[in-house]
Design a protein around this ligand. Structure first.
Ligand code: GLU
Length: 417
């Protein structure tokens, strides 16, 4: 079951850690410790060989209090019930912290997308959508991309759902291509949001980004855009890691060239000129000002936290840092930008996409970016002031604000029946 998962335990420990500070009715906290609704489905897929493979799919809705469930759909061989349930809980705090009218949800399909053909991925995505159809809807639960999924998977979900309802329903899913009623700026939104948070953190810490050194773990949608945006601001990208390994490049790497290389190299950065192979420990020990974990959860444990030399840790991934590591980062005076604010740019622009699809009225790229900046910078400043006023870490402050808002709504609505 999900309760045994170490990642779910981490998410629960975070929730419990704010108990004595947040002044929330323990009866409400008790309700928040469990996902509201969890669906596990078998997804039989006809493979190209003619054989049938059955994948396991999950959709977990942690809270539907503030509005439809909102959160990504992940394709990865690591996906399990506990991981999805933990991620759904984090989505609740994230949406609440940045004041979006959504609850938190997450989905996953246990598969290795790198080994699936386009046809297999399409059949898996459509069948998964069909299996969870009674539990999703534009006012019920709205999916989006996450690790291993992107615009194409969202297009298939949109189409499958629309075939079922009998009319086009783009607001069933966000993260679609702009040509298919997606929004401009969604693909870049999470990475850009990370960088707006880093700018705010650097301002509070009294330094500017130009000339600083950065390491980025993960070179997918979040890590690559963050690296590009930081490079544009004059930062040197001195370390990059992805599934093919961890690499240092003391002279700094050009992320645009690296991205082009990876696109022609099976989405792997390994082999790019100037990258020196390093262990994970060497990578995180690099002399740098900013570290961006943008790969997956539970990457920074006590040992890695002890090695880090950065001034700012910007959590592009969800749940990258253990509770024990958090304490070490605090002691070392590292400015942590917690996940639920740092990577909220993605779901913020997903909200914009949902709003545009409902209204069938579309915004310019400038409008999207300026509203993203408004929301994420305001939320960052709110968290930072709350932390400073109370002597809390950024993590504790963000969690208290996120959980408290959800708890307030639950308390005001009461317990049914
Ligand atoms: N998967 C992203 C996240 O973890 C985005 C979710 C969304 O846009 O709904 O925040």
């Amino acid at each position: 079951m999900f309760e045994q998962s170490p990642f779910y335990q981490q998410a629960l420990a975070q929730l419990d850690s704010i108990g004595e500070y947040a002044d929330i009715d323990p009866n409400i906290i008790e309700r928040l410790r469990y996902p509201k609704r969890s669906v596990i489905v078998s997804v039989p897929v006809r493979m190209d060989t003619g054989e049938t493979t059955v994948f396991t799919g999950y959709r977990v809705q942690h809270s539907l209090t503030a509005g439809p469930g909102k959160g990504g759909l992940r394709y990865s061989p690591h996906v399990d019930f506990g991981e999805v349930a933990a991620l759904a809980m984090l989505m609740t705090w994230k949406c609440s912290l940045v004041n979006l009218p959504f609850g938190g949800a997450k989905g996953g399909l246990n598969c290795d997308p790198s080994t699936l053909s386009m046809g297999e991925k399409e059949r898996a995505t459509r069948r998964f959508t069909q299996e969870i159809l009674p539990f999703i809807g534009p006012q019920v639960d709205v999916m989006a991309p996450d690790m291993g999924t992107g615009e194409q998977e969202m297009a298939w979900i949109y189409d499958t759902y629309s075939m079922h309802t009998g009319h086009s329903c783009p607001q069933i899913v966000t993260g679609k291509s702009a040509a298919l009623y997606g929004t401009l700026g969604r693909r870049e939104a999470t990475g850009r949001g990370v960088v707006y948070c880093i700018e705010e953190a650097a301002r509070v810490s009294g330094f500017t980004l130009r000339g600083t050194k950065v390491i980025v773990q993960g070179f997918g949608n979040v890590g690559s855009v963050a690296a590009l945006e930081l490079h544009r601001r004059g930062c040197a990208i001195v370390g990059v890691a992805d599934a093919s390994g961890s690499f240092l490049c003391p002279g700094g790497v050009d992320p645009a060239k690296l991205l082009e290389y990876a696109a022609n190299n099976g989405h792997r950065i390994e082999g790019f000129e100037g990258l020196e192979q390093a262990t994970k420990e060497e990578f995180f020990s690099a002399e740098c000002d900013i570290a961006v974990p943008a790969a997956m959860e539970r990457q920074i444990d006590e040992k890695i936290a002890g090695l880090l030399k950065c001034r700012i840790l910007a959590e592009g991934a969800n749940g990258p840092t253990s509770m024990e590591a958090d304490r070490i980062l605090d002691d070392k005076g590292i400015f942590v930008i917690p996940d639920i604010i740092c990577n909220a740019g993605g779901v913020i622009v997903s909200y914009f996409e949902w709003v545009q699809d409902i209204q069938m009225f579309f915004w310019t790229a400038e409008e999207v970016d300026s509203r993203l900046q408004q929301l994420i910078r305001r939320a960052f400043v709110g968290v930072q002031h709350f932390a400073a006023r109370n002597g809390y870490s950024m993590r504790r402050a963000a969690l208290i604000l996120g959980v408290r808002e959800t708890a307030r709504e639950k308390a005001a609505r009461g317990l049914f029946p």
